[in-house]
Design a protein around this ligand. Structure first.
Ligand code: FES
Ligand SMILES: [Fe+2]
Length: 448
């Protein structure tokens, strides 16, 4: 007697593909500790490391770029960022005591100024000179709009703090938040240069997470700019043509369009909903540190919720790991998408296609920038000497009805819109906004 068992039919490659399992991560881009090529390159930029609400009357233990650190605000209001372990015998300064002019180690009372100068060594004899020859590792820190930035590179190469045009625009409130993820920094950065995931992850595959119109792939174009690129996604929404713009500046900085734009009302050069960095914690952890922008132009119905923005919390779906596993499976968000790739994804196991242009471009640009840095060039900064650099992220919605070849129309209008945005580069502030808005209205009357 034979037993009838239905056997599956097909070509099963599991065993053959297992040999790929031994491939290593892309060390050049993934390793960010001290002395690594990418780590040293990234240390030539200012990065946000914390938000102001985290720093009260106790020292805060942090890990950034593979370094253990302590952040504190002394009683005269100055911020300090020191190596975590005391230069005396390595006690952790997270258990230190904050004083008017620095922080005192709990173990034998050594006191440190914010630049790592040892102010007191009370257990040593009065004539001890130990404090003159030892210093605690320290980094400069700057606070701006409730975000705390640090510079981890050599002092002689310290660049100015970047300033962007979106950081000081009228009637806009910038609320900081930060969310950690247990994955390499590049995975999270790549999510924001990957517009093709939006219609699938956020709308088509398991349901609409933000809005119905995201289900359209749209016409996507990439545009080069100094120190990075921006891309446009043009979508048809009835008789309106909605073009969403996203900035990416090297190494880890990006801005999105508005969080609540639906593309069905005319809007001319509305600005971003999000300004964010993906900051390495170590090779297998990172933290998004960002401002959410709250204003009437990008959110006329007031659907954003600033009370949800803070440590490990933000007011839009799928960014943190707190949802139940069942919900993560039934409705996975960005956090599951980048988290599911593992602590450090292996590039050699991927099969990139046309839709991965943004990801491939970011990797190429980073590798080229690291190479130039290794050859002795100073990395190109987003802005120079405190002059705000023009960015493009945000939304434009034009009343341009569909044509017979609507993809071609969307393509032409979005390219023309990018040219118009760029034509404002020689201007700044309100003059630039007025110039761009007027040119967009003209484009609209010409029906593209
Ligand atoms: S270990 Fe810090 S003072 Fe001794
Ligand atoms: Fe996303």
């Amino acid at each position: 007697m034979t037993v009838e068992i239905k056997m599956p039919q097909g070509r099963f490659d599991g065993h053959a593909r297992n040999k790929l399992g031994t491939l290593e991560p892309d060390d050049l881009l993934h390793r960010i500790g001290p002395g690594t090529p990418c780590g040293e390159y990234m240390r030539r930029f200012w990065h946000p490391i914390a938000i102001s609400s985290m720093v009260a009357d106790r020292p805060v233990r942090l890990r950034r770029f593979g370094e253990n650190l302590v952040l504190f605000r002394d009683k005269s209001g100055r911020l300090g960022l020191l190596h975590l372990n005391c230069s005396h015998r390595n006690a952790s300064l997270e258990f230190g005591v904050i004083e008017t002019d620095g922080i005192r180690c709990c173990y034998h009372g050594w006191k440190y100024d914010i630049d790592g100068t040892i102010l007191e060594t009370p257990a040593e004899p009065a004539n001890s000179r130990i404090r003159e020859r030892v210093r605690q590792g320290a980094y400069p820190v700057v606070e701006y709009k409730n975000m705390i930035f640090a510079y981890f590179g050599p002092p002689a190469e310290q660049p100015p703090l970047p300033v962007l045009d979106t950081w000081d625009w009228p009637d806009d409130e910038m609320v900081p938040y930060m969310v950690p993820s247990p994955v390499n920094w590049l995975q999270v950065s790549e999510n924001s240069v990957d517009p093709y995931h939006v219609p699938f992850l956020h709308a088509r595959v398991t349901g609409v997470q933000f809005q119905d119109n995201f289900a359209h792939i749209g016409v996507i174009n990439y545009h080069e700019r100094e120190a990075g690129f921006f891309y446009t996604t043009a979508r048809r929404v009835g008789r309106m043509l909605w073009i969403r713009v996203h900035d990416h500046l090297l190494p880890n900085f990006s801005q999105n369009g508005g969080m609540w734009t639906e593309g069905d009302q005319s809007v001319y050069f509305a600005r971003c909903g999000l300004t964010r960095w993906v900051v390495p914690v170590d090779d297998t952890n990172c933290i998004v540190i960002a401002w959410r922008h709250f204003n009437k132009e990008t959110d006329p119905l007031g659907r954003g919720d600033k009370s949800q923005c803070g440590y490990d919390s933000v007011d839009f779906y799928g960014q943190t790991g707190h949802r139940p596993y069942e919900l993560k499976q039934s409705n996975p968000g960005d956090y599951e998408a980048w988290g599911g790739q593992g602590p450090i994804t292996v590039h050699a196991r991927e099969n990139l296609g046309h839709s991965d242009q943004g990801v491939a471009s970011l990797r190429r640009k980073l590798k080229a920038a690291i190479k130039k840095f290794q050859e002795g060039e100073r990395p190109l900064q987003p802005s120079v000497d405190g002059v705000p650099v023009n960015t493009y992220a945000g939304d434009t919605v034009l009343a341009i009805p569909p044509s017979n070849d609507d993809r071609d129309l969307c393509d032409r209008v979005s390219r023309r819109m990018a040219e118009i945005y760029r034509s404002g580069d020689k201007l700044t502030g309100e003059a630039r906004r007025l110039h761009i808005k007027a040119a967009l209205r003209e484009l609209e009357t010409m029906r593209g």
